[in-house]
Design a protein around this ligand. Structure first.
Ligand SMILES: *Cc1c(COP(=O)(O)O)cnc(C)c1O
Length: 393
């Protein structure tokens, strides 16, 4: 076996990680049309309307509004369900940073709960412990290829009269407990940011079936002029990507199946938690990132950071997961429910693969396994190498 690329051997993927976005003939032809019609410079027109209709249809939600980013979408969603000063909003301590910031921005208190030990997703049992009479909303983010147990969460939220913001920025097109991800929440949020599965560089959307929530979001976003708009140009290039999303998601899922059973790198395992559902039909993750639990013990104690560095040197885009919201914010900013042991563990040991590699040729799973095997064979050398001895970084 050759040396790992970080120690000077030949990388598994000499061409490096795939670029994103990948070339798309349908997006290319939309660009040509935009130029020919002048639609690239319009405020309003058929493209935004067509995108909203497609999103409404995919999710079975009546009201769709486009906006400038996923972060703006989460803010709109919180405003849509009337979160304000004095309210509490429950979210996982292992979540996207800006979700916490948005809650604070509105004067509400983030209430951090633990995540699950199998898939690092929001733990619905912990949510039920966290609810008080001040709880206004729960943010449920489907993260890194996992899916929150939405049927159970919906039941809990309905019993207690709490709104769910379902953050689908990482899981567009996924199916959870038999419904499209995004169809469970009072409001769902999407992102069309530059790294996301469906991208216009920037952009986002909110979806809801509740007219009064849609009205509040609209009033806030259209304060005399649109404050957080998505352009016709963006909408036009998003539509063909949305139409091709299911096929792309299936390809990505097929690649992830080949990544099961890697040593010391265990895939997040979400499973339908409602009885009577069909695993293949009612439960389909989408992979913006592929989350794994890294176990340094399988690699002679090699640190997670150097393990990721070694894979990146092989041309495989692997990074550490999120920093914990409970670890990056002052205690007075939030209330924590319990000791958050799983979130702490997730922050210390999750690694995540970035999605473009899942659709780059026939064997992303084989490449990953080759790279991991090399790193495991040379784990001690990698662990003991001085920073100056490392190559390809
Ligand atoms: C990317 C992301 C967002 C924010 O989207 P932007 O468009 O980058 O603002 C929100 N939530 C999650 C879970 C995300 O991954």
């Amino acid at each position: 076996m050759t040396l790992p690329a970080l120690l000077g051997g030949p990388p598994v993927r000499p061409q490096g990680p795939p670029t994103w976005p990948q070339w798309s003939s349908s997006v290319a032809s939309v660009f040509a049309q935009l130029v020919a019609t002048g639609d690239w410079g319009r405020y309003h027109g058929p493209h935004g309307a067509a995108l909203m209709a497609a999103l409404a249809e995919s999710h079975g939600t009546e009201h769709v509004q486009l906006c400038a980013s996923g972060t703006a979408a989460v803010e709109l969603a919180l405003r849509g369900v009337s979160v304000g000063p004095g309210d509490e909003v429950i979210l996982s301590a292992y979540d996207f940073k800006a979700n916490f910031t948005n809650v604070v921005l509105l004067g509400a208190l983030p209430v951090l709960v633990d995540c699950r030990s199998d898939d690092a997703q929001l733990d619905v049992d912990q949510v039920s412990v966290a609810v008080t009479d001040k709880t206004k909303a729960i943010i449920a983010s489907h993260l890194q290829g996992g899916l929150v147990a939405m049927a159970a969460l919906r039941e809990l939220a309905d019993q207690r009269g709490i709104a769910i913001i379902e953050d689908v920025c990482q899981a567009p097109g996924a199916i959870v407990d038999g419904r499209p991800a995004g169809a469970w929440g009072d409001v769902a949020t999407l992102s069309f940011g530059g790294s996301k599965l469906v991208t216009a560089g920037r952009g986002g959307a909110v979806l809801t079936h509740r007219p009064e929530v849609a009205q509040r979001m609209r009033v806030y976003n259209q304060r005399g002029n649109e404050a957080s708009p998505l352009s016709e140009m963006q909408a036009a290039i998003l539509l063909p990507q949305w139409q091709q999303l299911d096929v792309a998601n299936q390809e990505r899922s097929a690649a992830v199946i080949e990544m099961r059973g890697l040593p010391g790198m265990t895939l997040f395992m979400s499973a339908p938690r409602s009885v009577g559902l069909d695993l293949a039909v009612d439960f389909q993750p989408a992979y913006y990132k592929v989350g794994f639990w890294y176990s340094a013990a399988e690699y002679a104690g090699l640190s997670r950071e150097r393990f990721c560095q070694a894979l990146r040197a092989e041309g495989i885009p692997l990074d550490s997961g999120f920093a914990g919201l409970h670890q990056t914010h002052a205690r007075r900013r939030f209330r924590a429910v319990g000791g958050l042991p799983q979130a702490t563990r997730a922050c210390a040991s999750v690694v995540m693969l970035h999605h473009p590699i899942l659709r780059s040729g026939p064997g992303p799973g084989i490449e990953l396994r080759q790279a991991v095997d090399k790193i495991r064979t040379y784990a001690t050398m990698l662990r003991d190498a001085q920073p100056d001895d490392l190559c390809g970084t």
